[in-house]
Design a protein around this ligand. Structure first.
Ligand code: SF4
Ligand code: SF4
Ligand code: SF4
Length: 288
């Protein structure tokens, strides 16, 4: 390589390293939220031009050491190794943003929080003795300080881009925290709860999907987690009055955000007031 070629390469490297470093880490999860970033087809090149992708194993094997300017974390904490690793990730990250129901509330895997994880392990694995796991699945914010939580299962890619842009610009993301019902009204969808008595979690669910399910004549099942200041227990009684069965109610609150603190009291209320018991039961006093 000639001296001028070396200078040229060095100049390129300098310009690359001057961009903010982005890292994406995975914990217990299905990868769906990370894929939302790769799914930003029209915007991906602009993102790749604005940041240096320093750690993102879903996209590239090339990795750079921290510190990182912006870190996205997908997944929940389910092992002792996770607990240690998330502390290291936090130390290396100027801004840490959690993405998706797994990272923000423990995900569907948090069903174990309300049962005996040993029962699940014995039912699923042929050799349970090789499985090492915690008894609970918990949100990242239960372990380290988090700068922003983006909800959804999976997250909405437009909200992700806004959160990423806001982090790079040092401002608060313009992500609305109202319920799915507001989005439903804004797009002119007929309310399924009013017109059909459907058991819809829209009134207590965080916006972000543009009320996707009701627009296809399907009630919301809460995949974006709790809306800000929602009253999930109050909705239980209303849904019962609409004709929702105990089993339907149990299942509604036992999905991706089962351990979200705003949903747990509703889940517990359903279990306490059901005429029959349906798994998973929610012990009194159990916290996510
Ligand atoms: S929140 Fe949903 S889509 Fe995202 S990683 Fe967890 S299970 Fe997958
Ligand atoms: S259909 Fe569901 S989300 Fe839409 S307005 Fe009615 S209760 Fe709210
Ligand atoms: S309507 Fe509810 S269940 Fe459907 S995508 Fe939106 S938040 Fe998720």
């Amino acid at each position: 390589m000639t001296v001028s070629q070396q200078d040229e390469r060095s100049a390129v490297n300098d310009s690359v390293s001057s961009r903010p470093k982005l890292a994406v880490f995975k914990f217990a999860s299905c990868d769906g939220c990370q894929l939302s970033l790769l799914d930003c087809e029209d915007e991906l090149l602009a993102v790749a031009g604005a940041v240096e992708i320093a750690y993102f194993l879903e996209a590239t094997r090339r990795t750079l050491e921290g510190p990182y300017d912006v870190t996205l974390v997908e997944g929940s904490i389910t092992t002792e190794e996770d607990r240690k690793r998330i502390r290291e990730v936090r130390k290396q990250s100027k801004r840490l943003i959690t993405i998706g129901a797994c990272a923000t509330s423990g995900g569907i895997q948090a069903l174990r929080n309300f049962a005996d994880v040993g029962d699940f392990i014995r039912a699923v694995y042929a050799e349970p003795r090789y499985i090492r796991t915690l008894a609970t699945s918990t949100a990242i914010s239960d372990h380290v300080p988090v700068d922003y939580e983006l909800r959804g299962c999976p997250i909405d890619k437009h909200q992700l881009l806004e959160v990423l842009l806001a982090a790079l610009q040092g401002r608060t993301p313009a992500v609305r925290s109202h319920s799915v019902c507001i989005e439903c009204k804004a797009r002119g969808t007929t309310c399924l709860m009013v017109s059909k008595g459907s058991a819809c979690l829209g009134p207590v669910t965080h916006a972000g999907c543009n009320a996707l399910c009701p627009s296809y004549d399907r009630p919301c099942f809460g995949c974006f987690g709790p809306a800000e200041s929602c009253n999930a227990t109050s909705l239980v009684e209303h849904l019962r009055a609409c004709g929702a069965s105990d089993l339907e109610l149990t299942r509604l609150y036992a999905t991706f955000n089962v351990a979200a603190p705003a949903f747990v009291p509703a889940h517990r209320l359903v279990a306490r007031t059901s005429s029959a018991s349906h798994p998973p039961s929610v012990p009194e006093g159990e916290q996510s």
